[in-house]
Design a binder for this molecule. Structure first.
Ligand code: SF4
Length: 212
């Protein structure tokens, strides 16, 4: 995948865009840029693999739904869900919002699928700055292929990760079956054609495979 070509395309679409060879370099960059802020983090395996929460928490206020004040394994569904919603709401009113995407095209367009809406909402409005952080595995040549990977690769893998019962997980997560399961996570598809008005937005591309 040609990350430099993608960077030029993102800039044409009014996003700031930076490229890093490794997740450690990207993490160092973000930790240096974000200081003394309130930060909301969307549900992102990429950010978790970068260990960003542990770096940022020492000099910022950070709300991350990967760090709920309950033990997900031991707490019941209601307790876990209540804790999730409380943190998710807080992520919407912070200075900075950090998330990844499920797909991105070399033509400079980002794609996200969402089940609850907290990540989609947080990435679109009312933050001073939004960072979209993604590994090279999220990139596809065209928007159509980025949407295809979102639906058939990222979504089934996330369903398996959360142990949800959906059409894709019943088949081992091989592809999307466009299910009607109550657990379905594919409820809204967001396509970021250009940077949103009134919000700074930066795409951080990393030349490694990260997340799904
Ligand atoms: S629509 Fe259903 S089957 Fe398709 S990826 Fe989403 S949860 Fe899985």
């Amino acid at each position: 995948m040609d990350l430099e070509k993608a960077q030029r395309a993102f800039k044409r679409n009014r996003f700031e865009c930076s490229i890093f060879k490794t997740k450690e370099k990207a993490s160092e960059y973000l930790n240096g840029k974000i200081d003394g802020c309130s930060i909301g983090m969307g549900d992102s395996l990429t950010l978790a693999e970068m260990g960003l929460y542990d770096k940022l928490i020492s000099h910022n206020t950070v709300y991350d739904i990967h760090h709920l004040p309950v033990d997900r394994e031991k707490a019941g569904f209601k307790e876990t869900n209540d804790a999730f919603l409380e943190i998710a709401r807080k992520t919407l009113t912070t200075d900075i919002f950090l998330c990844s995407v499920n797909g991105a095209s070399e033509t400079g367009v980002l794609v996200n699928m969402d089940g609850t809406g907290n990540r989609a909402a947080g990435s679109l409005f009312d933050h001073k700055k939004v960072y979209f952080v993604l590994g090279r595995n999220k990139m596809a040549p065209s928007l159509e292929e980025a949407i295809w990977r979102t639906r058939n690769i990222a979504a089934p893998k996330n369903v398996l990760r959360h142990k949800f019962l959906c059409g894709c997980s019943a088949h081992g997560g091989d592809k999307c079956y466009d299910c009607g399961a109550p657990d379905r996570i594919c409820n809204a598809l967001v396509i970021y054609y250009k940077k949103m008005r009134n919000t700074e937005m930066e795409v951080v591309l990393i030349d490694e495979d990260l997340g799904f």
